[in-house]
Design a protein around this ligand. Sequence first.
Ligand code: HEC
Length: 203
Amino acid sequence: MSKRMPILARRRFISLIVWLGCLGILAGCALTMRDQPRVNPLAESRFFADGSSARPRIPNTVARGQVRLDEHLYAGRIDNRFAQSFPFTITTSILERGQERYNIFCAPCHSLVGDGYGIITEYGMRTPPSFHDVDVRDQPPGYYFAIISDGTRIMPSYERIPAEDRWAIVAYIRALQLSQNADPSLLSPDELPLLDETDPGTP
Ligand code: HEC
C-alpha cells in the first residue's frame, strides 16, 4: 500500500480542515454576541447607588402601551361609581372566553356554579359568598370587575388577568346567575312543559 493518500481522500481531508476553520470563526462571532452588557433580573448592581439593577418607575411617566385612561374599561367605574354596564358588547365568543377564564381563576374557590363551595373550601378556606345571594346578584357589573381587580378582604387581587378577560368573566357570572334564577316567563309556551320533565337528580 502506498504511503501517500489517494488524491480523493486528500481533497476530502483539506475540505474538512477548511470547514472546521470556518466553524471556528463562526463560533468566535457567537461569543462576542453572547457576551453583551446586560444584567439578570433582580441582580445586584455596582453601577447604581442603591445597589439594585432593577430601576424604579420614573415619576409621572407611562410606559409605552400602558396608558389606562378609560375608567370604565380599566377600573369598572364611571365618575367614581361602579359601572352599571359593560364597556363593550358581549358576544357568545366573549361569554365562552369568560367561562374558560372563570373555571380557571375563580371556580377553585367560588365553584363551577358560583355558589361558593369550591374545592378549596374543603381544605380550610372560608366559603366565599354565593353569587346567587340576592345582595350579590343585585350588584352592577362594575362591582364584580373592581373586586376581581382589587380583591376584597381575604380574596386576593386578580389584576394580572387582562382587563378584557376580567369583563368576560363578569359576563359569565351574569350567565351563571341567570342559570340559577331564570324567570319561567322567559320561556316560550312550547318550552314550559319541559321544566316538569327535568329531573335534577340525574345528570
Ligand atoms: C383563593 C380563593 C378565591 C379565588 C381564586 C377567587 N375568590 Fe372571590 N372571594 C373569595 C373569598 C374568600 C371571598 C369573600 C371575601 C371575604 O369576605 O373575606 C370572595 C369574594 C368575592 C366577591 C364578593 C362577593 C360579595 O360579598 O359581594 C366577588 C364578586 C368575587 N369574590 C369574585 C371572584 C371572581 C370573579 C374570581 C375569579 C377571577 C374570584 N372571586 C376568585 C375567594 C376567592
